[in-house]
Design a protein around this ligand. Structure first.
Ligand code: SAM
Length: 266
């Protein structure tokens, strides 16, 4: 079940990715995901011990809310009225002074009913995507939220910058990284995220952080990224595989390139 609509979601590439990532039983340390976003890889691996983080504060409140208060989140989500008027009312009221379970339920409600699942905010940081309809609201159930809560209870959830998360990794941890990028994009811009752009200097900072991990810690990492030559030049000496396009729809048929790569240090 894909419970969240999220830009850059990796669910379409999952069938390819999972063949190149360790399974839960093969991760001796902690599974770490510093750009967790919609979390498709994290949910698939369902690690026994995890640390997930993202700079998007609404996303992290959603995950923490589900982890701690699955029933209250569901009850509040269920109680929000249907329709355009209710949507704008709940959206415009914001979350000031609200409890974590309300924030989580509101984010889930807006995500399931907004236009095309977009995440866009105005300059004040307020969510400003228009109404999209109720068709996708009820694909999630109370039981789904309870199951998600069980997965999150095995994870520490942080709202930190990636550098901080990566540098705190310990011996034998595994890090999966899915930084913001647009496949093949020339300017390496990404405008859809809560925190604006992730430009090339951020890509450089990411590569330097990964390269600074001491070899003695035996930390393995894998990253999806654009196949843009400037990105590839940051990872000379690592293992780089082109991700084939369309593997999940037509298993075994790999026709076009996706302009995305999987880079690993193992
Ligand atoms: C491509 S998305 C991850 C998508 C996710 N793997 C999925 O399957 O849905 C990238 C994420 O990086 C987050 N992000 C952007 N800059 C960041 C930073 N400096 N540190 C941590 N997270 C950041 C964004 O908020 C976004 O959620």
């Amino acid at each position: 079940m894909k419970f969240l609509r999220y830009p850059g979601g990796k669910s379409k590439l999952l069938s390819y990715l999972v063949n190149h990532l360790p399974k839960n039983k093969d991760i001796k340390g902690t599974y770490i995901e510093p750009f967790v976003g919609g979390g498709s890889v994290f949910f698939h691996i369902n690690p026994d011990k995890a640390l997930v983080s993202d700079l998007n504060p609404e996303l992290i409140s959603l995950y923490k809310g589900i982890k701690l208060y699955p029933h209250k989140v569901w009850e509040t989500f269920e109680s929000f009225p249907s329709g355009k008027i209710a949507y704008y009312d709940i959206r415009n009221k914001g979350t000031e002074g609200k409890h974590l379970h309300y924030k989580a339920a509101r984010t889930l409600y807006l995500n399931r009913t907004c236009f095309k699942g977009m995440w866009r905010h105005n300059s004040n940081g307020d969510f400003n995507v228009g109404y999209g309809g109720e068709e996708r609201r009820w694909v999630i159930t109370h039981q789904n939220i309870v199951e998600l809560s069980k997965t999150f209870r095995k994870a520490e959830i942080l709202n930190n910058d990636f550098e901080d998360v990566i540098l705190n990794a310990s011996k034998n941890d595994f890090i999966f990284l899915d930084p913001p990028y647009k496949p093949g994009e020339k300017d390496l811009h990404e405008l859809h995220y809560r925190n604006g752009k992730f430009l090339f200097d951020e890509q450089v900072r990411l590569a330097e952080t990964l390269k600074s991990l001491p070899k003695s810690k035996r930390i393995r990492w894998a990253m999806t990224n654009s196949s843009h030559k400037d990105i590839l030049s940051l990872y000379e000496g690592f293992h780089i595989k082109k991700i084939p396009f369309g593997t999940s729809d037509k298993p075994g048929i790999q026709t076009k390139s996706s302009n995305e790569v999987l880079i690993t240090n193992y």
